[in-house]
Design a protein around this ligand. Structure first.
Ligand code: ZN
Length: 289
C-alpha cells in the first residue's frame, strides 16, 4: 500500500472537461443545458471541497441541497470509461519512473476496475466527478466502503492521496508449518509509536476491508515461490546469504510499493522462519489456500 499522486490542476476545469465530453442525449435533449446551469454552484462547492482536502478534514464536509433532477444529472456524469476519467486514472496511477500501478491501493491485492468516491456520490452527487474525490479502486473495496465512511471525529477509511503512511512497520505476519501445510496470518500492531489517531485509521481501514484475511487467502503463490527459491538455491548459497539477498530485495520493493506491503512482509517472515526453511528444504511443497 502506498500513497498515490493526486490531481494538481484546477478541479472545476476537470468538471467542465467531463461535461464537454458528454454527447447530447437523444431521449433527454435538455441534459447538457441543465448541466450548464449547475456551474456556479459546483464551482463554489468544489472550492469548499478543495479547502477541506488541503486541511485533511473531508469528514466535516456538509451535503448541499440537491434536487432530484440535479442529483440524477450529476450522478450521470460519472462513468469509469469516460475518457477524462480514464486520463485521471492514468495520471494518478503513474508512479516513479513512469511505472503504471494497476493494483488497487486500498487492498493491494486486486486490480483497479473503478474509481471509488472518497466522499460517497449518492450523498454528495455534487462531487461525483471532483478529481480529488476519485480514487482508483477494485470493485470489492469500492463496494465495501459504501455509505458509512466517517464518524463525528474522522474517516473510517484511509485516503491514500492524503494520509501519510507510516515508515514504521505496523503489519506483522505469523507463519505456521503443520502437517506439511504452510499458513500465514496477518495482524496490525503498533510497536513503534505510530500516532493513536493514524493507527486507529489504519486499523479501521484494514478491518473494514477485511484485509488481513484477504492477505492470508492470497499468499499461496508467494509461499510456493519462496519455497522453490530456497530449494533451488540451497546448493549454491548459504541460508544467511539467501536471507540477506531476499531482505535486501524486499526492502527495495517496499521503497516503491510501501513499507507495509503484505507480500514483502510475508517474504521477510518466510525467509527468516526456521520452520519454513526446513519445510522448503525437506518437503514436497503444498500450500494451504
Ligand atoms: Zn481493493
Amino acid at each position: 500500500m502506498r500513497n498515490l499522486p493526486h490531481f494538481y490542476d484546477e478541479s472545476f476545469s476537470f468538471f467542465h472537461d467531463v461535461v464537454k465530453s458528454k454527447h447530447k442525449k437523444r431521449d433527454d435533449p435538455g441534459f447538457l443545458d441543465r448541466l450548464e446551469t449547475y456551474y456556479e454552484d459546483i464551482d463554489i462547492l468544489f472550492e469548499e471541497y478543495n479547502k477541506l482536502f488541503k486541511e485533511n478534514k473531508l469528514h466535516t464536509v456538509i451535503a448541499s441541497t440537491v434536487e432530484d433532477q440535479q442529483k440524477s444529472d450529476l450522478l450521470d456524469l460519472y462513468h469509469y470509461d469516460n475518457k477524462r476519467i480514464q486520463a485521471l486514472k492514468t495520471l494518478v496511477t503513474t508512479i516513479d519512473d513512469n511505472r503504471a500501478l494497476n493494483t488497487c491501493q486500498n487492498c493491494t491485492v486486486r486490480i483497479v476496475e473503478s474509481m471509488d468516491h472518497q466522499v460517497p456520490k449518492n450523498d454528495f452527487p455534487e462531487f461525483s466527478v471532483h478529481p480529488l474525490n476519485l480514487f482508483p479502486s477494485c470493485e470489492k473495496c469500492n463496494k465495501k466502503k459504501g455509505k458509512y465512511w466517517r464518524t463525528e471525529t474522522g474517516r473510517l477509511f484511509l485516503n491514500l492521496y492524503l494520509d501519510p503512511l507510516p515508515e514504521a512497520q505496523y503489519l506483522f505476519c505469523n507463519v505456521s508449518v503443520e502437517d506439511e501445510k504452510v499458513e500465514a496470518h496477518f495482524e496490525l500492531r503498533n510497536n513503534e509509536c505510530i500516532s493513536t489517531e493514524l493507527f486507529q485509521l489504519l486499523k479501521s481501514h484494514y478491518d473494514r476491508l477485511e484485509l488481513c484475511s484477504l492477505f492470508s487467502l492470497s499468499c499461496g503463490t508467494v509461499i510456493s515461490r519462496m519455497a522453490t527459491y530456497i530449494k533451488n538455491h540451497s546448493d549454491m548459497l548459504s541460508i544467511e546469504q539467501m536471507q540477506s539477498i531476499t531482505l535486501k530485495s524486499n526492502q527495495d520493493e517496499k521503497n516503491i510499493y510501501g513499507q507495509n506491503h503484505w507480500e514483502f512482509i510475508l517474504q521477510d517472515t518466510l525467509i527468516t522462519s526456521e520452520d519454513f526453511i526446513n519445510f522448503a528444504l525437506t518437503n514436497h511443497i503444498q500450500v494451504a489456500d
